[in-house]
Design a protein around this ligand. Structure first.
Ligand code: GAL
Length: 446
């Protein structure tokens, strides 16, 4: 089995091949791009038409938001796989920090609208991929690659469907994350006589939270500097109250946001804040995980990239995991993949990158560090750690539902509206106003 303790190695300082990693090359673009960011940036963007200056094929620039411990370690595994077949190509790591791509997507949009694409960029499938990149004309199809590489047989049909737009495929999936996981500090729960199972309920969670509050321990580690972390907590709570069938219906308009179970979910969301770390507005998701590792707070609901974070920091022995309360039997999927840009500066390298990232070998190497499971179904699972086995079994057996916080369930405009509303909610906990904002956002979509 792979030695996961190596996951803490800083990929930017590891020199194991002839390639060079150039970090932070996108940083100059970030400040100006943030300033220019407005609502629905993708929809307003002009399709790229001109061909960039020829730059030869000496480099490969890869754009992502994978900068935290497990994220960077996973990305480095993809780089190693590419470098093994392309040893003379300099890999430029253009990652822009910020959970769920909040900053990266802004910086990328500026580059795309200026016709300065990287050679490939990270995207989620579904609405994010289609609205931000496919419809505005920034991506080429990868349908031919799927045919050539035999990928139509190696990716699950449900995943292929999520990368397909008007009959063409536009993303090469590299890994599948589970979004509805509740991580916890094992010692804190043991010390307070709290037991949790995959079948626990929201009531069980709040009973545990009361016990912890009485003992003076924040029950929930919140990193609300990452707005996505609160949106994700909300969607997991919504799933708990609606169940997978009705959860799916709110995204296709069959169930209104005025449903009383939506109200309950928002009330639940407010309740998490009753017993939370005081510094939550200053912490990101991974900073909040540090509180869990150190026993300074008990729980955080997070995607399973948090397991990659724990491995990268060698804190995995401190934590346990169960389904987000009330969501047993459901798997909130958060899928990552890479695009083929139109006008890639190094199109041969871009193609080779996608071939490598889509391979069974690269996905087997990437997943344990990232905390994901491979997107392909034919990857040897004998080296999977206990966490991956758990997530993999759930992916096969559970109802798979999409995530709003990670781009698949709602459009970018809807997500932007929810992000804005939740920033206000974190401060005022006004249930009715937040629910109205959801309704207004849905009406704008219609
Ligand atoms: C998600 C992404 C994951 C992980 C997470 C936190 O959107 O799919 O790979 O990186 O954000 O940044």
């Amino acid at each position: 089995m792979r030695d996961l303790r190596n996951a803490g190695i800083n990929p930017l300082t590891t020199t194991t091949s002839r390639r060079t990693l150039v970090a932070g090359s996108a940083s100059a673009a970030i400040a100006s791009s943030l300033a220019r960011y407005g609502e629905a940036v993708a929809q307003d963007a002009t399709p790229a038409v001109a061909t960039p200056l020829a730059q030869g094929e000496a480099q490969l620039e890869i754009f992502s938001w994978w900068t935290t411990a497990g994220e960077a370690a996973g990305l480095d595994e993809l780089f190693k796989a590419f470098a093994a077949a392309n040893p003379d190509v300099e890999i430029v790591n253009a990652a822009v920090a910020g959970g769920a791509g909040t900053n990266a997507q802004v910086a990328l949009q500026t580059r795309l609208s200026a016709n300065q694409p990287p050679d490939s960029w990270q995207s989620h499938p579904g609405k994010e991929l289609f609205a931000r990149y496919v419809e505005p004309g920034y991506t080429d199809t990868v349908t031919a690659l799927f045919d050539e590489q035999g990928w139509n047989d190696t990716f699950p049909q449900g995943v292929i469907d999520q990368v397909t737009f008007d009959g063409e495929k536009y993303l090469v999936p590299v890994g599948v994350h589970r979004g509805n996981v509740m991580f916890y500090n094992k010692q804190v729960l043991a010390d307070n006589g709290i037991e949790v199972t995959d079948d626990w309920s929201m009531d069980d969670y709040f009973a545990a939270a009361d016990t912890l509050a009485a003992a003076g321990i924040p029950s929930y580690a919140m990193g609300s500097k990452d707005t996505f972390a609160v949106v994700q907590l909300f969607e997991n709570t919504l799933l708990a109250n609606l169940g997978p069938d009705d959860y799916a219906k709110v995204w296709n308009g069959e169930l209104g946001w005025d449903d009383e179970r939506v109200t309950t979910s928002i009330e639940n969301l407010a309740r998490y804040f009753d017993s939370v770390n005081e510094d939550h507005p200053a912490l990101t998701w991974d900073g909040a995980m540090d509180l869990v590792y150190d026993g300074k707070a008990a729980f955080q609901s997070m995607g399973d990239w948090a397991y990659g974070d724990a491995l990268g920091k060698q804190k995995q022995d401190a934590i346990g995991w169960v389904n987000h309360p009330g969501t047993g039997g459901s798997f909130v999927s958060v899928i990552d993949g890479f695009t083929m840009p139109k006008n890639a500066p190094h199109p041969v390298n871009a193609r080779n990158w996608l071939i490598s990232a889509g391979s069974a070998e690269a996905q087997a190497a990437f997943a344990p560090f990232k905390g994901a499971i491979p997107a392909r179904t034919d990857v040897d699972s004998s080296g999977f750690n206990e966490y991956m086995q758990w997530s993999s079994e759930a992916f096969s057996a559970d109802s798979v539902v999409p995530s709003l916080a990670h781009g698949a369930a709602g459009s970018p405009q809807f997500l932007t509206s929810v992000n804005e509303a939740i920033v206000t909610f974190i401060v005022d906990k006004d249930v009715a106003t937040f629910q109205e904002a959801l309704q207004f956002a849905a009406e704008d979509e219609a």
